[in-house]
Design a protein around this ligand. Structure first.
Ligand code: SER
Length: 287
């Protein structure tokens, strides 16, 4: 049986990486306690910053987490998208696997492909990958799974990830799932600002540098991996929902709002932006 509920999908992710020798580490708290420039944890890698930088040693070199994150401030802020957007949230869960100087690009790509096509059963014909402009190594690695025309190159804005203005960063490779009609699929729309058919669901960051305050990129002691998959987005894909809100993660809250307001289904549909904002912000405030 393929996982379909949000709880099954989260568990399938952690089980898969545990089977591949990853330590399952608990989510760090949402209020960020380690970094005075960051109010809320905004990525799975936050709790591992010192491990990437080589300042801290752990008993493992591979880890996986289901991390609570909030993106309402600074470099990663999705607050204004919440409501109109069928895929953005303030609070969400990020499923991540990490390598601290253990594996690098090849295994990161292999794990991601095996998990989404093997464990989750996503159709390869609906999958695309993006890579950083000059990352020919990732291009060659992806070609073992995808035809060249489905591996697209983008610049720093889309394919170079950093937690903030300083600290660990590196080129990244993102995986997209096309939710639209295959007969009218137009890959030139991928990463277009107004596109809602190519759904980015997993970001594989090849951590290589420590960005200094003057912008200099100092190589990390060891090339590492930091990935993040949006649980809500993967649940949407596997539940064939039109938005992340029409999944088992949000429908109970939306139903409750409808009941409290005494709205008909038509009224609920008409007021969808407000419903989404209440459900999203309610969940965020609770955590
Ligand atoms: N740190 C990357 C992100 O947040 C991958 O986990 O997208």
């Amino acid at each position: 049986m393929k996982p379909t509920t949000s709880n099954e999908i989260r568990k399938a992710f952690l089980d898969f990486f545990a089977e591949h020798q990853h330590e399952i580490v608990a989510s760090s708290p949402l209020p960020n306690l380690d970094n005075p420039t960051l109010l809320f944890t905004n990525a799975g890698m936050n709790q591992f910053v010192d491990v990437f930088l080589g300042n801290e040693k752990r008993s493992y070199t591979r880890a996986a987490t289901a991390q609570k994150v909030m993106r309402v401030q600074g470099k990663h802020n999705d607050l204004e998208n919440v409501g109109p957007s069928p895929r953005h949230h303030t609070f969400f869960e990020m499923l991540g696997n990490f390598s601290f100087g253990d594996y690098f690009k090849r295994e990161a790509i292999d794990f991601a492909w095996q998990f989404v096509t093997g464990v989750l059963g996503l159709e390869p014909e609906r999958l695309w990958a993006t890579i950083y402009l000059d990352d020919d190594e990732s291009f060659v690695l992806w070609q073992r799974y995808l035809p060249a025309e489905k591996i697209l190159r983008f610049n720093e804005k889309d394919n170079f990830w950093a937690m903030g203005d300083t600290g660990p960063c590196g080129p990244n490779s993102e995986m997209f799932y096309y939710v639209g009609d295959m007969a009218t699929c137009d890959p030139s729309r991928l990463n277009a600002d107004d596109d809602e058919e190519f759904l980015e669901f997993w970001n594989l960051v090849f951590m290589q540098f420590d960005r200094q305050t003057d912008g200099t990129l100092v190589p990390l002691p060891k090339p590492s991996v930091d990935t993040g998959m949006g649980l809500e987005r993967m649940v949407r894909i596997l539940q064939h929902a039109h938005s992340t809100y029409e999944t088992d993660l949000f429908t109970p809250a939306l139903d409750e709002v409808q009941e409290l307001l005494g709205d008909s289904d038509a009224e609920r549909a008409e007021k969808f932006v407000g419903y989404r904002v209440i459900a999203d912000h309610g969940r965020a405030a609770t955590f």
